[in-house]
Design a protein around this ligand. Structure first.
Ligand SMILES: Cc1cc2nc3c(=O)[nH]c(=O)nc-3n(C[C@H](O)[C@H](O)[C@H](O)COP(=O)(O)O)c2cc1C
Length: 195
């Protein structure tokens, strides 16, 4: 069974994380969920439900979802010998991006990301901040040079979104595409027949 790590940080945009997990849940995929302390706080603030309650709801619907403790460096995902296929950090704060870019691995999230890098496995970040400082851009540039997929939370408008969820689904669909997970989250560009 495919194994994915999905992590959420304290950047705005917890809805991207929720929607991504909702889309992955019905699939035959083992999901390891990691949240930073700020990730849990911002999730509750933006989604109006605690991450604990949300996890309980998800776990009731699927046996393949594991809530990892971000302090637990004894977790399987802290080791390269545990073969996870890919990891996504969605949304990714500038703070977490800085830690990963600089090899600081004091939490399970950053250790797991570091493992993905050292094992040459797929690591994808969905950064969210605006405007970005030179420090933010420098860290994201370094991560990109290291082979990390940097997929900013920047929805496209060519699919004529009508709702907020259309915008969310654009970013989540691109994230699923990049993780190699089939999805119909967003309307794909098929050329402009009117041009
Ligand atoms: C409501 C709220 C929204 C935030 N939005 C962002 C954001 O979009 N991007 C970002 O980098 N930090 C944002 N922050 C700040 C981060 O939460 C903060 O830098 C935190 O230390 C990140 O920690 P973490 O990476 O361990 O989750 C936000 C904070 C709050 C309270």
């Amino acid at each position: 069974m495919k194994k994915l790590i999905i992590a959420v940080t304290g950047a705005s945009g917890s809805v991207y994380f929720k929607r991504l997990v909702d889309c992955l849940l019905p699939k035959e995929i083992e999901l390891h969920i990691i949240a930073t302390e700020h990730g849990s706080q911002v999730f509750e603030y933006e989604m109006g439900i605690s991450l604990k309650k949300q996890m309980e709801e998800w776990q009731r619907n699927n046996g393949h979802i594991i809530w990892e403790d971000n302090e637990n460096l004894f977790s399987p995902v802290a080791s390269g010998s545990y073969q996870c296929d890919a990891m996504a950090v969605i949304p990714c704060s500038m703070s977490t991006a800085a830690e990963i870019a600089n090899g600081i691995t004091k939490s399970l999230l950053t250790r797991a990301a570091d493992v993905m890098l050292k094992e040459n496995r797929k690591l994808l970040l969905v950064p969210r901040e605006t405007p970005m400082s030179t420090i933010h851009l420098k860290n994201l540039y370094e991560l990109s040079r290291l082979g990390v997929t940097v997929l900013p939370a920047m929805p496209g408008f060519y699919s004529h979104p009508e709702t907020m969820m259309d915008l969310v689904d654009f970013v989540v669909g691109k994230t699923l595409d990049s993780l190699g997970v089939q999805n119909d989250c967003y309307k794909r560009w098929e050329g402009n027949s009117e041009a």
